[in-house]
Design a protein around this ligand. Sequence first.
Ligand code: G3I
Length: 623
Amino acid sequence: MLMSLNRRLSRSWCLMALCLLLVACGGKSGNSKSTQGSPPPGADDEPIAEEASFNTAQGFTVLREPQPRLPLDEPEREFTDADFAAGLPAVKITVPEGLDQSVNQPPYIDNLANVQVVAGEVLEVIYRPQDPEGDIPGMFPNKLPQGSEFADNFDGTKTFRWQPLQMDVGVLQFTVTAVDPVNSAYRSSHPIMIKVVMPKDPATIPNVAPMLDEVLPHTARAGDPVVFELKGIDLNGTIPTLELPDPPAGASFNPHPRFEEVFVLKFTPAEAGEISVPVLARDSVDTSLSSVQNINLTVLAADAFEVPGSALKTLGAARNVQMGFAALQSFYHRPDGGIYAATAVREYDIVTPENSMKMDYINPEPGRYQFAATDNLIAFAQANGMSVHAHPLVWYRQLPGWIESAALADLETHMREYIQRIMGRYADAVSVWDVINEPLESNGQFRDSNPDTGSIWYQAMGPAYIDKALTLARQLDPESSLLINEFDIGMAGAKFDGLMRLVDDLQAREIPLDGIGFQLHVFSSFDQFDELRANFAAVAERGLDIYITELDVALTEGGTPSQQALVYREIAAACLEQPRCRAIQTWGLTDQYSFRTHFDPLPFDRSYQPKSAYEALQSALEP
Ligand code: G3I
């Protein structure tokens, strides 16, 4: 199990002393001004045990954040009153390659304007798409606000109809795209800004029945516990209660300990079959108002998940390669958490947190930390003989607002403190660290001051941030492997060349580095296997290890499962041919939860059935 709390805290104090010493004397890699840092984790950041009725975990105790119940999330507002006042946003024309605009002008929608509407009133905007060449263009809304419609009038026009309520107060952008009648890739997108304001008398706003937030279809295994975190939604901005008119046998149904609008249903389906559970959402102001939606679950018999042949980790161990995956954050709070865990334990011996160790999640505000999800993943890994690949320490993305708005002069201190606090808590449990994540642009240059793709760490410290982070990481965890992790380096090109220049420079100055993470987010059309082998060899020649860290193979349009399988097989083979290749880790295990889910990129499908991609990995690994 994870280090006991006392040992961990005492280790943290020792590491903290080391880090304060390093910060004060600027570490070994140069002077750093010891400036204003942020408060360290405290006792009120320590996760507490979660009751079993809220999760599917077996074999370890799930922890949760101790913070009190949180109010309903304020809806995230992307636009402001100033955006509304700035006038009608520009039309965006998409012109397909090779199209001659002199003979085919873009479709268009005219007579549009920004509009203000009072909550509770019905807004109607008629859209009439036109095309200079005369035919009627196609038309679709990019994203409809909840409860609105885009109705066809069957006369070439459509009406956007919407009755905004309290939850909609603010400014939003609504975009409709017209599609050229001749070339569907030729389009014009027409945004308008809508400003919703409250009426003088809120009682004039109709009280609508609450509803249940969408629940995706899931497949579970008979005999496994199933957990649904069900969220009520009331567009009037109140929090509905949820009830089960016809609960499954033996079900528990409890309000979530932290999120007021969430209720947690747990039950264990004993038999295979299609299960449908009615859930009633009841208005908390007018209790006569309610609605019922069904949640559906496909339950398969346990033997439907048996996989022929040897497990990937067994085959990999015989070839001195670890087989791993990136774990969905809090998978034990999902309906299929049971089969998810069982598949992971059967197949893999190294695990990476997909999101729970990212700075914006684990340290969202100065002095506030969310360790529970990572603590739980490490407990799961240790209970099931898996190593842990920590990801990431220093990345230009997923930074909390307080870091993005910090003074550049303070960022070295923040970076050092963050590395010390995360490694101080997890060093004993982690064998590989993605210390530096994605430091380069596609041209092989450092991510620097580009407002969209630059790195504030670079802006604050120059390229030396890499030296400082790696040097501090080595001091804090001398036994683990320290990586630079990058994408789009699986083929010849400027980015890989830039990475090798970086490695050569670091090695010339004896900056600690143990390996390179090849993310390998590729497509089923990938065929640069010789270039991949050459890049592996270039890394190995520098005495560094190779980790395939985020492998997934997205099916391109027209791509086939057998092409996908071939790519998995060839990449695995390239790793197995290279003695310095230590692990093959996919970025997830089931298409159900992939960040590229629309491209079915992973070895298991949404029902945890092995795909030809899985069989290809098996066959590549077989002796
Ligand atoms: O957890 C919040 C949730 O509370 C909120 O309601 C929701 C909507 O705003 O967002 C949720 O956080 C999302 C998070 O994934 C967890 O689902 C973030 O918005 C979303 O940006 C984040 O995307 C992750 C992305 O990195 C950015 O961190 C992907 O899942 C993850 O697969 C992807 O992984 C990266 C590697 O870390 C680095 N290499 C590239 C790879 C793919 O981009």
